[in-house]
Design a protein around this ligand. Sequence first.
Ligand code: GLY
Ligand code: MN
Ligand code: MN
Length: 432
Amino acid sequence: MTYTPYAERRQRLQAQVRQGIAIIPTAPEVARNADTHYDYRHDSYFYYLSGFAEPEAVLVLLGGEKPQSILFCREKNPEREIWDGFRYGPEAARAHFGFDAAYPITQLDEKLIELMGDRTTLFYPLGADAAWDARIIKLRGAVKAKARSGILAPGEIRDVRELLDEMRLLKDAHELDIMRRAAAISCAAHRRAMRHTRPGQFEYEIEAEFLHEFCRQGARQPSYTSIIAGGGNACTLHYVGNNARLNDGDLLLIDAGCELDSYAADITRTFPVNGKFSPAQRDVYEIVLAAQLAAIAAALPGNTWNAPHDAALNVLAQGFIDLKLCQGSLESVLKTESYKQFYMHRTGHWLGMDVHDVGEYKTGGQWRPLQPGMTLTVEPGCYIRPADNVPRELWNIGIRIEDDVLITAGGNEVLTQDAPKTVADIETLMLR
Ligand code: GLY
Ligand code: MN
Ligand code: MN
C-alpha cells in the first residue's frame, strides 16, 4: 500500500489532545459571482490531517484511551454528481482515508454535542472564523445544558493551530517529496520564461509561459499571484498588474511558483529582457546575488532564524555604500537603517502548504534556532526608485533573487537550484 502520512499525523495530534476533542473544518467554497466560484482550495490544516480535498467537511479527533478520528462530509448524491463530479460519501471516505467513523455533514451539530460530552479541552481554530466561533460556543452551551444528567462540557477552549503549526513547521518525507517536485516544476517555468522573453512583449505573455509550464506538469495553480515586473515595476514589491510592455534594456523581475498537491514553491529570478545585463544592472545584481549566497550559507541547523537575514543585510549594506546609494560606514548604515530606502523587507519566510507558511519565528522572545526539516525562502533584493540622492544610471533597477531552502542535518539543500541565477548562466540560457 502507498505510504500515506495522514493517519500518523492524526495520531500525533491525538497524543497532544488527550482527553480533549479537536474539531478542524475545511475551507468554505467562495462565490465569485452569480453561479461561479473561485477555484476551490481546501484548508491547509484540515488537508494536512486528512488528505481529503472535498469542501463541506470537518474532521473530529478524540484523544485519550480510545482515540477516534471521525470525518463529516457530503453524502453521495447521484443527481449532483452528474453536474459536479464524484464525491466519496461518508462510507467510502472512511474506508479510503482510514478514519474510524464517518457521518454526513448534516449530522455534525447533533454528533458534536454527543462527542463533546465529558471532554476536557476543546481545540479548534479559535478566532479564525466568526461563524465557527459562534457555532462552537452554541454547541458547547448545548452540552452544558445536559449538566443535570451528569455530562460535563469542555472547561477550556484552545486554538488547535498552536499544536498544528509546530507540526507543520517540520516537514516529513512525504511533504519534502512534493516540495522537491513543486520546486522542479517552478524551476522549469523560470527557465522557460528566460528562453521566451523578448523586448516588446507584454508582461502577461511571460505570465502565460508560467501558467503553461505549471499546468502541463500537473500543477494547476500558482501558489500565489505571479509577479511579472519589467523595469521600474520591479520596485513595487507586490506588483501584479502584469500588463506593461517589456523594454529593451530593462530588467524583468519574476516572482512565481506553482502549488503542487497543496505545497508551494516560491522563486524569484531577475534577468535582462534582451538577454544581456548592462554594467550598472550587473553591478547591482552581483551584490544581491552575493547577499543571497551569504544568507544561504548562514541557513544552517543551530543558527537562528535571523542569521540569514543578518548575513544578507551585511553584504547589501556594504554594496549600497560601494554603489554610493548609502553614505557612511557599514556600522552606521546598519545602525541608522538607511539601507531601508533600497531593501525594506525581510530575507525570507517559512514555506510549505501556505506560501507564507505557519510556525513561530521566535520562541521565548528569541529568534528560534533552525532545525533539520524546516523549509524557508531566502530572498534578498534591492529596489532603487528614482530619487535625488540616487545616481541616475541606477534608477528603476529592481532585483530580487529567491530560493527555497531545506535545513538538513549537515547544512541545507537548495530545492530550487535548477533556476539559473549567475550572470553567466542566465546570459548563456538567453543567448539568441
Ligand atoms: N511570493 C511571495 C513572497 O516571496 O514572499
Ligand atoms: Mn516570492
Ligand atoms: Mn517568498
